[in-house]
Every structure is written in structure tokens, then in C-alpha cells.
Design a binder for this molecule. Sequence first.
Ligand SMILES: Cc1cc2nc3c(=O)[nH]c(=O)nc-3n(C[C@H](O)[C@H](O)[C@H](O)COP(=O)(O)O)c2cc1C
Length: 221
Amino acid sequence: MDLLEAIRARHSVRRYTPQPLPQEAVAALREEIEACNREYGVRLGIAVNEPTAFSGAMAHYGKFSGVRNYIILAGKPAPDLQERLGVCGARLALAAQMRGLNSCFVALTYKKRSVRKRTEEGAKTVCVLALGYGETQGVPHRSKPLSSLYRARSAPPEWFLRGMECAQLAPTAMNQQKFLFSLEGNTVTAAAKRGFYAKLDLGIAKYFFEVGAGKENFVWG
Ligand SMILES: Cc1cc2nc3c(=O)[nH]c(=O)nc-3n(C[C@H](O)[C@H](O)[C@H](O)COP(=O)(O)O)c2cc1C
């Protein structure tokens, strides 16, 4: 499975089987985590075979079951931390999907205390990414029409539309899709509207866009 196929196959999964993560998958995810920590100045971590964060009432309320593995999306507080964590989370969700694993971003419905203990000192956990073998593969989310997710002065080129189709498939908190892309020449800008975790969503959508559009076709404004 390549990145584009992973984007199409990924849907949030909240119920997991007891099958453990294979060692090779954990090693590959650790490598990706280290690359993200270096490139984006964040402090991601991974918890493997750790059931406590998703064992309480919050996880039950959020309809999660069987979550024993998760990636901690954390970093030193900064105005652009959420967006950087969004890009890293997107990379990891797709890396997991390419290895046959399912995932779900979770900002609220987990036990914060369990994760705080596992977060590096000086870093703040913004969200976690639950991981494992899903009981199902999830279902495609309802989406706003593509035309409401971007602005362009004239008919956009193919590469831009391919990018937007991927951004439309990106997960967003409460499926709010509060982002707007704009095209001018070969410059693409993307902004978050007001909303809960909208900046984290923006980082995810930008990474998905980049995969669809091809980095060689445009520059970020
Ligand atoms: C930043 C972020 C936070 C999220 N937090 C939660 C959460 O606390 N609980 C939950 O059940 N789902 C959560 N989700 C999952 C979204 O509900 C889901 O991504 C969205 O409905 C789109 O569905 P999809 O991921 O299947 O495409 C979150 C997603 C994102 C991107």
C-alpha cells in the first residue's frame, strides 16, 4: 500500500482486537517518530501494550474498546505546536495504515492522567493516536463539498484538485473540516477557521494535500 492508497483506506477505528502490534511495525513507527521529533521539534512517544489510558469511563463514553497502543502527540508549548503535531500525526496514521493497522486521533475521550505520566518533561500532550488491528476498517466520513473547501480565481489545475481530494479525506476533530485552501499561481495557502482543534486539523489536512498534489507542483504561501 502506498501513501495515496493509505489515505483512501484510512477511517477512524475505535474498537480493536487483542492482536498485538508486530515488532517490525513498532520499530518502523519508532523510526518515523524519531524523524518527526528531529524535523518538527516535537516530543512524540509511543505506548505499546498499555491498556490504562483507554480503560476508564471517558474511553467507554467515547465508544473505544480494546485500545492498548497509542502514539503521544506532544511538544513544548508554542503557537504553532498544534499544526506541527497535525503534520506528524498524519504521517504516523498513514505509516500505520500502510502496515495494515488502524488508528483514531483522540483529543478528549481518554484518561489524561495515564498519558501525562508517559509524556516527556516540559512537553504538553495535545492529542493521542490510538493504534491496533481494528474489529472493522471503519467507514468513510460525511464531507463538505470539495468546492467549499478551497478558493481559486480560475479553474484549478489537476494537481490542486488531487490535493484537495486528499485534504477532504483527512480526519478532523468532530469531522468539522474547518479549513480553507487558496490557490494563486502555484502558491497554495491553507488556513484554519475558528474551531476546536482546528489548527491540529489544519496540519493533518496540509500533509494529506501534499501527498495528493505532489510537493514538486506548488509552494506553500
Ligand atoms: C484532532 C482530532 C481529535 C479527535 N478527537 C476525538 C475524540 O476525542 N474522540 C473520538 O471518538 N474521536 C476523535 N477524533 C476522530 C474524529 O471524530 C474523526 O476523525 C472524524 O469524525 C472523521 O472521521 P474519519 O477519521 O473516519 O475520517 C478526533 C480527530 C481529530 C483529527
